[in-house]
Ligand binder design. Structure first.
Ligand code: ZN
Length: 375
């Protein structure tokens, strides 16, 4: 049974930063945490298959993100061949995550109504794939009683399966205020240990984010808040990792929505790589100016001497973008652990102000917060 506990809390202006522990049998996961998504996992496999990678991802939570079009969802619930194909895809990554890790299933779906039939079918898929945290899909814009009904019957279904799994309601943060908060409270009343929030921009949905901030301060102390579909960069190209814990998020995974085929015009852009010191995305010349040719990283994609060599080797193997994605997944994982240590040691404020590029977005965030407080 999954348990979430808060280990330490650090206050910053009107927000609360929390360092938590997810426990599940022998597994202990420290939050705030960076969760690996299936696209990143597949990038790691590609690199490994060319003999360039050497070790595993450090992430303890794997999110199996599956993009599903509305038509495809209907086919999935009615056509045995299609559901078998999707089951195979999900199970492959769930099996690969291995012991000692938790798996989350997160279907990326549009705002179209999702019927009870589709939700039930998706739960069966997850149980058959040995997913640990079973997504229960909310119908976009549904009423609170309808949400509770579906959650209760889904919890019953999961418990009846006698499989070792936890229900995880999925709620969109761009829902109407009131309804959003009531759904969160209802889920907590039903005894869920984890809630999956679907990302939408902070400034446009601040009322709901501020609901989460208050939740983490008060009654939500035993509930792990996980966010999915987070973009790689928020506010002026800043990675999400330090901003999300400020708005009540304990863990997050990046989005991996595929680009529509044939619609993308390829253009030459400078390669940008995540820099875990400045927390910015840097081009090679920018990096060299700051640190010389040292990669300043020991993630599994960068075991060579010079960054310029590393990048050219991956480019030659046509693995540059997977390598950059893996580097980002690993270095932000470790960076978030540093941030966690700072929360526990009560030096979160110093830590954040030492990251030059975070000052603008944090000020922006706190200003929105203060504006809301006056309402
Ligand atoms: Zn790296």
């Amino acid at each position: 049974m999954v348990k979430f506990e808060v280990e330490a809390i650090s206050n910053l202006q009107n927000t609360t930063l929390r360092a938590g522990i997810i426990k599940d049998g022998m597994i202990e996961i420290h939050t705030p945490a960076r969760v690996l998504n299936s696209a990143e996992f597949d990038n790691g496999k590609k690199i490994e298959s060319k003999g360039l990678g050497i070790s595993q991802f450090p992430h303890q939570v794997f999110e199996i993100t599956k993009f599903m079009k509305p038509e495809r969802l209907v086919e999935f619930s009615r056509n045995a061949d299609i559901s078998a194909t999707i089951l195979k895809q999900v199970k492959r990554i769930s099996d690969a995550a291995g012991a000692g890790r938790l798996t989350i299933f997160h279907p990326v779906i549009s705002r179209n109504p999702i019927s009870d039939e589709i939700n039930t079918k998706l739960i069966e898929l997850q149980l058959a794939s040995n997913i640990d945290l079973i997504a229960v899909i909310d119908e976009y814009g549904s009423s609170v009683p309808k949400f509770v009904n579906r959650l209760q019957s889904s919890i019953k279904r999961i418990n009846d399966s006698e499989q070792y799994a936890e229900p995880m309601p999925m709620i969109r943060i761009d829902s109407d205020y009131n309804i959003f908060g009531e759904k969160i409270d209802a889920a907590i009343n039903e005894g869920v240990k984890v809630i999956n929030i679907v990302y939408a921009p902070i400034d446009k949905n601040f009322a709901n984010y501020s609901y989460l901030i208050n939740l983490t301060k008060n009654k939500g102390k035993k509930v792990w808040i996980h966010m999915s579909e987070v973009p790689r960069r928020l506010y002026k190209k800043i990675p999400a990792m330090h901003l999300l814990p400020l708005v009540g998020i304990d863990s997050y995974a990046l989005n991996s929505r595929p680009f529509p085929m044939g619609l993308i015009k390829r253009k030459e852009v400078a390669v940008k790589r995540f820099d875990n010191i400045s927390l910015r995305f840097l081009t090679l010349p920018e990096h060299i100016k700051l640190y010389g040719d040292n990669p300043k990283c020991n993630c599994f994609v960068e075991n060579r001497q010079k960054l310029s060599e590393v990048l050219s080797v991956f480019q030659a193997a046509e693995l540059l973008s997977p390598a950059i994605a893996c580097h980002e997944a690993i270095s932000s994982y470790y960076e978030l652990q540093n941030f966690r240590r700072a929360i526990i040691q009560k030096r979160a404020r110093e830590y954040l102000s030492g990251k030059e590029n975070l000052i603008y977005p944090i000020k922006k965030l706190l200003k929105i917060d203060l504006a809301q407080q006056q309402l």
